[in-house]
Design a binder for this molecule. Structure first.
Ligand code: SF4
Ligand code: SF4
Length: 335
C-alpha cells in the first residue's frame, strides 16, 4: 500500500446507471438531459459492485443522470450491493416524489432493495424541472423510514432557494416536528460552470485568492472514490466535469478491473498532487512560474479549478517543465 492508497474502508464506488435525466440543469456536471440515452447494463453494475466489495470498499453511491430512471436494474444493483454488506446511497432529484403516498411507496421499495442513505438535490436550476415540494415529499418519506437524508442546495450569489429558505419552509418545519429524531442535513454546495474560463458570482468569501488559499485542502475525492459511468468508463473521482477530463479515465469496466483502475490512478503523479494539495494550490503554484496564468477570484468549486489544470496549455506546460520540483514533497509527504 502506498501513501496514496486510501484505506479500503474509506473507498467509495459511484455507479451511474445512466446519463439520462428528467432535468437539464445549466452547468450539470455530467451534461445530463432527457435526450442522453447512455445506459450502463446491469451486469456491468454487478461486476463493479462485486469487485468493489472484494476490494474492501464500504459504500456504493448510485448517481447519474437520474439513477432512478434505471427502474428494476437499479433495484437489482442495490440488492446486490446490500447483500455484499455495502452501504447503499442514492442521489436523486426526486422527480418521482410527486406526492407523499407515491414517495412513501418508492422509498419503501428502495429500502427493500437495500437503500441506507439518500441525497436529494435541489436549488434554482433543479427547481426549473422538479418542484421543491417533491424534495419535501421525498424527505418526509425517507425520515419516516428512518433513512438519513441530506438535501444538497446549489449555491451561487443570486438565488432564491437557499439552506435558509428550505429550513424556514413550512413543509420542512412540519417534517422536523413530525420526525424530531431522524437526521435531515441541509447543505449548500457551490454550483459552478464547467468551463474554466467562465467566472460565476458567488456569496462573499467563496472564491479563491491569495488571502484564503491556505484554507484550501487537498481533494479527498480523487483516489478514494471510483466511478463507473454509463458508457462503462472508470474514473478516478466523482467530481463535476470528470466526464470531460480524459486524464481521469482509468479504464473501462468491460475490460479493466476496479483494482487495476485504482492502481493506475494511484500511480499518477498529478492525481497524487491534487489529492495532497488540491487543484487551487497547484494553479497558484503554476502562476509563480508563469505570471500570465491568472487564477485569483475565478473559482469557488475545486473541480472547476481542476478542469483548468487539465485544459489550460500554459498550466500544463508549467506542470510538465517544473512539476519535478514538487515530486519529493508530493510522493513522500511529511506525516
Ligand atoms: S438533476 Fe442533477 S443530473 Fe439532472 S440535469 Fe440537474 S444536475 Fe444534472
Ligand atoms: S478536484 Fe479534480 S480530481 Fe478532485 S473531484 Fe474534482 S475533478 Fe475530481
Amino acid at each position: 500500500m502506498s501513501t496514496f492508497d486510501a484505506p479500503s474502508d474509506e473507498r467509495v464506488l459511484c455507479v451511474m446507471p445512466t446519463f439520462q435525466c428528467t432535468a437539464e440543469c445549466t452547468h450539470c456536471g455530467t451534461a445530463s438531459s432527457p435526450r442522453d440515452t447512455t445506459w450502463l447494463p446491469v451486469e456491468h453494475m454487478h461486476t463493479a459492485i462485486d469487485q468493489a466489495a472484494a476490494a474492501g470498499y464500504k459504500r456504493v453511491v448510485f448517481t447519474g443522470g437520474e439513477a432512478t430512471l434505471a427502474g428494476k436494474n437499479l433495484h437489482q444493483a442495490m440488492r446486490g450491493a446490500a447483500l455484499l454488506g455495502l452501504q447503499v446511497r442514492l442521489v436523486t432529484n426526486a422527480y418521482w416524489a410527486t406526492n407523499d403516498d407515491i414517495a412513501a411507496r418508492r422509498i419503501h421499495d428502495y429500502i427493500c432493495a437495500g437503500l441506507s442513505e439518500i441525497n436529494l438535490s435541489t436549488g434554482d436550476q433543479h427547481a426549473r424541472f422538479v418542484p421543491l415540494k417533491n424534495i419535501f415529499h421525498a424527505a418526509r418519506a425517507s425520515v419516516a423510514a428512518a433513512l438519513d437524508v441530506v438535501i444538497m442546495v446549489e449555491t451561487v450569489k443570486n438565488r432564491s432557494i437557499t439552506r435558509e429558505t428550505i429550513e424556514n419552509d413550512l413543509e420542512m418545519k412540519r417534517i422536523r416536528q413530525e420526525f424530531p429524531y431522524p437526521e435531515i442535513t441541509v447543505l449548500e454546495g457551490v454550483w459552478s460552470p464547467l468551463s474554466p474560463s467562465v467566472v460565476e458570482q458567488y456569496p462573499d468569501g467563496l472564491v479563491i485568492n491569495t488571502q484564503n488559499l491556505s484554507m484550501r485542502k487537498g481533494c479527498d475525492n480523487v483516489l478514494t472514490t471510483t466511478t463507473v459511468q454509463p458508457d462503462g468508463s472508470i474514473r478516478a473521482c466523482c467530481g463535476i466535469g470528470m466526464r470531460f477530463i480524459p486524464e481521469l479515465k482509468t479504464g473501462n469496466i468491460r475490460e479493466t478491473t476496479l483494482s487495476e483502475a485504482d492502481r493506475t490512478a494511484a500511480d499518477d503523479f498529478l492525481k497524487q498532487w491534487i489529492r495532497l494539495e488540491g487543484p487551487e494550490r497547484i494553479l497558484a503554484w503554476a502562476a509563480t512560474h508563469d505570471p500570465e496564468i491568472v487564477w485569483e477570484n475565478m473559482y469557488a468549486h475545486r473541480c472547476q479549478a481542476c478542469i483548468r489544470l487539465y485544459k489550460d496549455s500554459r498550466v500544463k506546460k508549467v506542470i510538465m517543465e517544473h512539476g519535478a520540483e514538487k515530486y519529493a514533497e508530493v510522493v513522500y509527504p511529511a506525516s
